[in-house]
Design a protein around this ligand. Structure first.
Ligand code: ATP
Ligand code: MG
Length: 358
């Protein structure tokens, strides 16, 4: 029997509530499926931990995480703790150390959810955005010059490497080839305005595409692409973008399929040399923390992505079916989806659906 080890990092605020429900779903599916077991280790690394220890995690934190199969993160953030502390103190070290260079975000309208785009159905809204997760525009290179003078200026350099660009593009073409409905990759660019890094990116899109003769590609400027996400999302299949463009596109993507309460994401190390990390797109949501009304569906969807990445396809699909059943019934939903139920009630109900289905 296979055994997977999972590091639980509930984090702050609603992260704690939603990870609890996700774990319940994982336990339910593994008990029912019978083909694998899961064991967990929980860590309290968070902004609360930071308040006590002056750091987001212990010095050997990454070392402790290294040998897990997956990391399951709730959210980190707390009013008064600047975002860069949680980002540079926990999230970025994990993403970078474990070479999680793929940020995967399904932009998929689940059955039972109404898109804010009039008339769009689950068939229309079913694409996947791959965001480059470790280089690109979010580099630490640059600085401020001549501050306090009339020449005051700031410079920030982007870094695009052959290794970094090739591997994210290959992942996109691989995914399209294996699972894409249209066998088409759309690459976001801005090579008309950004004249060093983006032409470099475009050049590699053409080059990598040659390795995949059965997959077509197009290169679309990010401004137009953002508009097309709204006006004709049904034309897309696999979309690949640099760190900054992917960041923007994925938030837009979350908005057109129903918002933060149901948006999952995965930070993947495709080689499986290190653990991948699964986390809902939303943050710690201090405004509703402790009220028991956070929607756990984003975090539960993450457990499906985790199982899929571990190779447990049937269980991953069963979780999605259970989520869609609950959404379509519209009986047990949290307030963000117009319901009156609690986080726990939604989690329990999804588990009940799973038990009935397997
Ligand atoms: P952080 O600083 O941790 O990023 P934030 O203040 O940016 O937190 P988000 O978590 O990004 O907050 O949430 C933004 C808004 O969306 C909040 O008003 C929050 O209540 C709502 N929201 C986010 N996640 C959920 C959820 N799972 N269920 C219900 N509402 C949510
Ligand atoms: Mg936020």
């Amino acid at each position: 029997m296979k055994n997977y080890s999972i590091a639980l990092l509930p984090g702050d605020g609603i992260g704690v509530d939603v990870v609890r429900e996700g774990k319940k779903v994982l336990d339910t599916v593994s008990a029912l499926h019978g083909g694998f077991t899961l064991n967990y280790e929980e860590y309290d690394w968070s902004c609360e931990y930071y308040a006590k220890h002056g750091k987001m995690m212990p010095d050997d934190g990454l070392e402790r995480l290294r040998n897990f199969d997956s990391i399951y993160l709730g959210a980190v953030g707390y009013p008064g703790v600047p975002d860069h502390v949680s980002l540079w103190g926990l999230l970025l070290p994990i993403r970078r150390q474990f070479e999680q260079y793929i940020n995967l975000r399904p932009v998929k309208l689940l059955k039972g959810i109404q898109s804010p785009l009039a008339g769009k159905t689950p068939e229309d809204l079913d694409l996947i955005v791959i965001r480059e997760n470790v280089e690109g525009e979010y580099s630490n290179i640059g600085g401020r010059m001549y501050e306090g003078t009339d020449m005051d200026m700031a410079i920030q350099n982007s870094v695009f490497t052959k290794k970094g660009v090739e591997r994210v593009l290959r992942y996109a073409f691989d995914l399209s080839q294996a699972k894409g409905k249209k066998k088409h990759v759309t690459a976001a660019t801005k090579s008309n305005g950004i004249n060093h890094t983006m032409p470099f990116w475009d050049e590699y899109v053409h080059k990598i595409n040659k390795e995949y003769p059965d997959v077509t590609s197009s290169i679309v400027h990010i401004d137009a692409l953002a508009a097309f996400f709204v006006s004709k999302p049904e034309t897309f299949d696999v979309v690949v973008a640099s760190n900054l463009f992917g960041d923007i596109l994925t938030d837009l993507g979350a908005a057109i399929v129903g918002g933060l309460g149901i948006a999952p994401s995965a930070n993947i190390n495709p080689e499986k040399r290190y653990p991948s990390m699964f986390e809902p797109v939303h943050g710690s949501a201090p405004d509703i923390a402790g009220k028991g009304i956070a929607n756990p569906i984003a975090a539960i969807w993450c457990t499906s992505m985790m199982l899929e990445q571990l190779g447990e396809q049937d269980s991953a699909e069963a979780i999605m079916t259970a989520i869609e059943d609950v959404l379509q019934e519209k009986e047990i939903l949290t307030p963000d989806l117009g319901g009156k139920s609690t986080t726990e009630e939604v989690g329990d109900y999804i588990c009940k659906k799973l038990k009935n289905s397997l």
